[in-house]
Write a protein that binds this ligand. Sequence first.
Ligand SMILES: Nc1ncnc2c1ncn2[C@@H]1O[C@H](COP(=O)(O)OP(=O)(O)OP(=O)(O)O)[C@@H](O)[C@H]1O
Ligand SMILES: [Mg+2]
Length: 411
Amino acid sequence: MTRSEQNVIVGLDIGTSKIACVVAEVSPDGRIDVIGIGKHVSRGLKRGVVVNIESTVQAIRLAVEEAELMAGVDIHSVFVGIAGSHIKGQNSNGAVAIKTGEVTEEDVQRSIDVAKACAIPGDQQILHILPQEYIIDKQDGIREPIGMSGVRLESRIHMITAAVSSAQNIIKCCKRCDLDVSDMVLEQVASSEAVLSQDEKDIGVVLIDIGGGTTDMAIFIDGAITHTAVIPIGGDHLTNDLVNCLRTSAREADTLKVKHGSCMVELVPADEQIDVPGVGGRESSPMPRQVMVQYLEARTIELLEYVRSELQRSGYEELVAAGLVITGGTSLLEGMVDLAEQTFDGLPVRRGYPQGVGGLVDVVSSPIYATGVGLLLYGKNNQKTSLAAHNISDEQQGIWQKMRQWFGDTK
Ligand SMILES: Nc1ncnc2c1ncn2[C@@H]1O[C@H](COP(=O)(O)OP(=O)(O)OP(=O)(O)O)[C@@H](O)[C@H]1O
Ligand SMILES: [Mg+2]
C-alpha cells in the first residue's frame, strides 16, 4: 500500500438506495482530500434500517473494495451513519453547583450527566449528546464554560437515542466485512457537517436530507442542533407511485424519474412526451411528461407538508431565518427548491452540496454524497488522531465504550 493508513479516514453511508464508502487522507494542516470512492446499490435496507444482513454485507464489501482499490489503502475502520424512524431526539437540561467557583471539565460533565439522566425506553441507547448552550448563574448563551466563574452551571443538550437492535445490526454488518466501527453518527448530523455553513447554523436553519427511504431533518438554532426527526418517506415512494400509475418496472420508473422527473408541473412544457417502457415484453408507450410530473408533484408536496408540520411541531418555525437546505439524492429533482419555497411561504431554500473537502471533489460534490462526506468531517472533528485501532487514546476509549454498550458488554 502506498499511502500511510495512519492519516486515512473513512465514511460509510449505509443508505436505503446505495452504500457509499468515501476514503480521505487528512494532511497535517487538517485538510481532507478524498482519495477513493466506492458505491454499490443497496437492497438490504427498508426506510433507513437494515432488514437483510446478508445483502447489506455483500453491498458493503463491494463498495469498500472499490474504494480501497481507488485509494490504494486497506480499510479497517469506518465512521458509519445510522438513520430510521427508531431514532428519537429530545432536549434536556441539567444543573449542578460549581465546586470551586470556577467551571472545570468535571463540572461540565456532571451537568451533562444530570441532563441525560432522563427516562429512555429499554430498547433505546444514547447515540449523541449534543450540547446547545451553558448557563452560568443567570448568564445564558455560553458555549465554552470552562474557566468561567460562578456558583451554578446548567447545561442544555439535545439527546439522540436509537434502537439498540438497529445499531447492533449495523455494527454486525461492518464486523462481517472485517470493519471496526470508529463511531456511529446520525445521518443528518453527518450531512449537516458537509452542507451547512456556520453562519446558517448560527442564524437558524433546517437541514432536510431526502434520500431513497427516508427524509431526515435537523434544525439548528444559535449554532446547535435543537430538533431532529425522521420522516419515513423518500425518493423510493416517488418511484413506487410511478410504478403503480405508469405501470412500468421499478428500475424503469426510477430511470424515468431521474432523467425526466420534476416536481412542478408548471416547469414542464405541455407538448413534451416521454416513452414509458412496458412490462413483460409489452411495447413502450408515449405519454405527456406533465402526466408523470403530476404524480411526482403530488407526492413531493405531501412530503414537504410533513416537513412543515414537523417544523411547526418543533416550535422553532419563527427562528429559522436562514431557511431550508435540502440535500440527498431526491433534492436533485427538478423544481424541488421552487416547490419548497412555495410550501414554506417564502423562506429561503437552497440545495445542499457537500463542501469542505478536496481531492476527488467532482465526484463527491453531489447531494447524494452529503452523508458520506459529512461522516469524514465528523470523523476528523471528533477524532484527531489516526483511526488505526492500535494506539488507542482516551478519547477513542470512549468510543469503544460506546460501541460495547450497544451489545450490553460493559467489561
Ligand atoms: N437526478 C435525480 N433526480 C431525482 N431523484 C434522484 C436523482 N438522483 C437520485 N435520485 C433519487 O434519490 C434517491 C437516492 O438518494 P440517496 O442516495 O441520498 O439515498 P440513500 O442515502 O441511499 O437513502 P436513505 O438516506 O433514505 O437511506 C433515490 O430515490 C433516487 O431515485
Ligand atoms: Mg442517505
